[in-house]
Write a protein that binds this ligand. Structure first.
Ligand code: NAI
Length: 255
């Protein structure tokens, strides 16, 4: 049988690839044969670790630094990724953060803009930059990393973040409609509670224990459990999936 998950010959860009879900995704895509550009911001040590892991398995990866909150840097990230890895056929818009837990009453214009820029605008700009080449080649897959917060408003103090992620889910559908006629598929994954540096920063052990009580599978998720779904959406195994947001949450939220 044909291996529908084979990504040999494809070039991928994963944003936020120095840790967590992005790192696991970069490794999974490389294991499936893709050349991978690893977008990162501060965590140079993390991105080097991911590069080494990919290289030691015989894969190809190149780190590229950019602050994706800034449109110019996001655009240049896509361009440099294409120069380093080849024309981008797979774009994973993964970089994102809660930034801080904050009550809606305390949100300033600055807080709001930062969360929107990081979680929503970055995906729009990276997609805009990658799309012309994909359309020209009539081939491409864009996968946005949304959140369960975009469905249910999230945990405490996740107002701006959940709004941005809900926007990302709507953007996924809108872009999917626009690009499907050109052979480019756009989809999203919506993680529940995944064991990454995200929760080390934003959730106490008590909060994590409480989250687990609401998860039918009885545990939090692992980054690789997102990476495999993202790799599936990037591959020909998902060739008829368009505009979908796949929930990956151990049953915490069933739509
Ligand atoms: P993480 O903190 O390990 O990964 C976030 C990545 O985004 C990091 O690599 C970080 O360097 C990068 N990043 C942050 N600001 C950046 C900037 N200005 N420019 C470029 N890169 C920047 O956490 P995790 O969990 O792997 O997060 C990945 C995605 O998954 C995020 O979009 C997050 O919102 C989403 N998510 C995570 C959940 C979880 O439970 N861990 C739940 C739902 C969504």
């Amino acid at each position: 049988m044909q291996n529908y998950m084979d990504l040999t010959g494809k070039a991928a860009l994963v944003t936020g690839a120095s840790s967590g879900i992005g790192a696991a995704t970069a490794i999974a895509l490389a294991r499936l044969g893709a050349r991978v550009a690893l977008g990162y911001f501060h965590n140079e040590e993390g991105v080097e670790r991911v590069c080494r892991e990919i290289a030691s398995a015989g894969g190809a990866a190149v780190p590229i630094r950019a602050d994706v909150r800034k449109a110019e840097e996001a655009r240049s990230l896509v361009q440099r990724a294409a120069e380093a890895a080849g024309p981008i056929g797979i774009l994973v818009n993964n970089a994102g953060s809660l930034v801080q837990r904050i009550s809606i009453r305390d949100v300033t214009e600055e807080n709001w803009d930062e969360v929107m820029d990081l979680n929503l605008k970055s995906a729009v700009i990276c997609s805009q930059a990658a799309v012309p080449g994909m359309v020209e080649r009539k081939e491409g897959a864009i996968i946005n990393v949304a959140s369960i917060a975009g469905r249910n408003g999230g945990g405490p103090g996740a107002g701006p973040y959940s709004t941005a992620k809900a926007g990302l889910i709507a953007f996924t559908k809108s872009l999917a409609k626009e690009l499907a006629p050109h052979g480019v598929r756009v989809n999203a994954v919506s993680p529940g509670v995944i064991d990454t540096p995200f929760h080390e920063v934003f959730s106490t052990p008590e909060m994590m224990a409480n989250f687990v009580k609401g998860i039918p599978l009885g545990r939090v998720g692992k980054p690789v459990e997102l990476a495999t779904v993202i790799a599936f959406l990037a591959s020909d195994a998902a060739s008829y999936i368009v505009g979908e947001t796949i929930e990956v949450n151990g049953g915490q939220l069933m739509l």
